[in-house]
Design a protein around this ligand. Structure first.
Ligand code: SF4
Ligand code: SF4
Length: 248
């Protein structure tokens, strides 16, 4: 049976150390492609100095942007990882994370959650707020480093991580038509990725394999399956304008 993995509402990238962002007057959103792997990410330089509500952290891990998310690595992500020694190392890091749970056809890497801090906060939390799930203020992905950002190479992050851009940014760009292209291409990739995940799952199932019961056997089979390449079109760079200040 296929374990259904819905796309997470978050689709973000964060890499504070990318010096491209530093010193630029106007923030940008642009596409970075990894053509040999048929993968890509949206880079948003606003993330280096995130002032979004989603980026607020009341836990011990500061400046983590919206990396409060606990990532799921689906077969399509694992497939990319098993094709290189570097990818296999990343997969080992994910498996070795103490909060990681291996399911039949995906891996969920759970991270830090300050439960006590969250329960204390709820006692006086503001009633009117556009963030429904306030646990995000008290959570952090296991792979985010305080004040640094993601420690996983971008090609091995999942598509949620690589394509999310918060509303505060995406609703404040200078070209509606190009913005819609970004949204369309993201949706096209997600549909393709879901199809790929189903295909990989069917192949594993045909061989009576799944990650939970036979991890090594599943990895070996995935290594034998050629990567399908998704082609991203070139997308014009967007300028980010008018993001309001807020208390963080
Ligand atoms: S996508 Fe938005 S919330 Fe996430 S790090 Fe970037 S600016 Fe912050
Ligand atoms: S894997 Fe990286 S980009 Fe994704 S949530 Fe974790 S730290 Fe952020």
């Amino acid at each position: 049976m296929r374990v259904s993995v819905s796309p997470h509402p978050l689709f973000f990238i964060i890499d504070y150390n990318n010096s491209k962002a530093k010193g630029e007057a106007m923030d940008k959103v642009y596409l970075e492609r990894y053509e040999s792997l048929g993968y890509a990410r949206y880079i948003c330089t606003s993330c280096y100095h995130c002032i979004s509500k989603m980026g607020v952290s009341y836990c011990s891990i500061n400046m983590r942007g919206c990396c409060s998310y606990f990532p799921k690595f689906e077969l399509i992500d694992i497939h990319r990882m098993v094709k290189s020694a570097e990818g296999l190392q990343v997969l080992k890091r994910i498996i070795d994370n103490p909060g990681t749970v291996v399911y039949n056809y995906y891996i969920h890497a759970k991270g830090y959650f300050d439960k006590d801090g969250y329960e204390e906060y709820l006692k006086n939390a503001p009633e009117e707020d556009d963030i429904r799930d306030k646990t995000i203020f008290f959570r952090a992905c296991p792979f985010v480093k305080s004040g640094y950002g993601c420690t996983l190479p971008p090609v091995y992050r999942n598509y949620v991580c690589n394509f999310f851009i918060c509303d505060e940014v995406i609703n404040n760009v200078d070209d509606e038509e190009v913005k819609n292209q970004y949204i369309r291409e993201r949706s096209r990739f997600v549909r393709w990725a879901e199809w790929e995940n189903m295909s990989l799952e069917s192949i594993l199932a045909e061989h009576h394999l799944n990650l939970r019961d036979d991890f090594e056997g599943s990895i070996k089979l995935l290594q034998e399956i050629p990567l399908d390449i998704f082609e991203f079109p070139q997308l014009k760079e967007l300028n980010v304008i008018n993001i309001g200040e807020k208390d963080a």
